[in-house]
Design a protein around this ligand. Structure first.
Ligand SMILES: [Zn+2]
Length: 265
């Protein structure tokens, strides 16, 4: 009924239904991504490249709660779910070729604990939706890099990833390249994306010590507010400059670096 956009009568019904078909959906998606990887191979072949040509890909992990923004508000790690996706950069559609989902949430364990049982996810009685223990680090991106690499390695003729673009502060590349190089005998190159460059820049300006007369305001809170605004403004200006230069240089790295050297003037 859901496939013809018939609304679910209740949340319980939705939950029951997803319990029934959850595993099937996971398997279907795994199978689909396997086909997508074959399509990438075909795209390479159609463009006249051998199918084992190293391809560029991108990888990022996203959390249900921001790890940085919320760390002062809770003594625990704020995130409970993390999704890692690897995207190919061969076709214009940027297909997802591998996914890993880490989850600490488990209703069954909460229920069992309320009845006095010492239930720890995963590994208790009944269905467990968590695949991380409560005390495991949710930000273990090295592991999240390894597991999608295993999915790619499962193919008969696995795709060869030549360059992996990740964020600058993540260990996903380390995990991915370790596993991937075992299978295809090639260590992928690690590239960094400008989106995270901007957030790293923002954090460094936030942390930088300025003289007390730098920002106007009567109280410390006033100073901090203006400081924050200054960091955001400077980062946005740099991002705009970078984007313009990037488009103008049209992929020529030497020209990009040359143009950027004039930005400060
Ligand atoms: Zn559980």
């Amino acid at each position: 009924m859901r496939t013809v956009s018939h609304p679910a009568p209740s949340r319980t019904d939705m939950q029951r239904q997803s319990n029934e078909c959850g595993e099937m959906l996971v398997n279907m998606n795994r199978e689909d991504m396997k086909q997508q990887r074959q399509i990438v191979r075909q795209a390479l072949e159609c463009s006249g490249f051998p199918t084992d040509t190293p391809i560029p890909a991108e990888c990022v992990t996203r959390y249900n709660n921001p790890l940085f923004g919320s760390r002062t508000r809770t003594p625990f790690q704020p995130g409970t779910q993390a999704t890692t996706t690897i995207v190919e950069n061969v076709t214009a559609r940027k297909k997802i070729i591998a996914v890993h989902d880490a989850n600490k949430l488990c209703k069954t364990a909460i229920y069992l604990r309320s009845t006095g049982e010492n239930a720890i996810s995963p590994g208790h009685q009944g269905h467990c939706s968590a695949n991380l223990k409560p005390w495991d680090s949710i930000g273990n991106e090295e592991l999240y890099g390894e597991l999608p690499a295993d999915q790619i390695a499962d193919d008969e003729q696995p795709l060869v990833i030549g360059q992996l673009t990740t964020d600058g502060d993540s260990h996903a590349y380390r995990g991915f390249s370790k596993k991937h190089s075992e299978v295809v005998n090639l260590t992928p190159e690690n590239l960094r994306d400008p989106r995270h460059l901007a957030s790293t820049q923002l954090r460094s300006i936030d942390k930088a010590d300025f003289s007390e007369f730098m920002f106007p305001g009567r109280t410390k809170a006033d100073h901090e507010k203006i400081h924050r605004r200054f960091s955001l403004d400077l980062t946005n200006r740099c991002t705009v400059e970078y984007n313009f230069t990037f488009n103008e240089a049209a992929g020529e790295l030497d020209r990009l670096v040359n143009r950027l050297s004039y930005v400060a003037d």
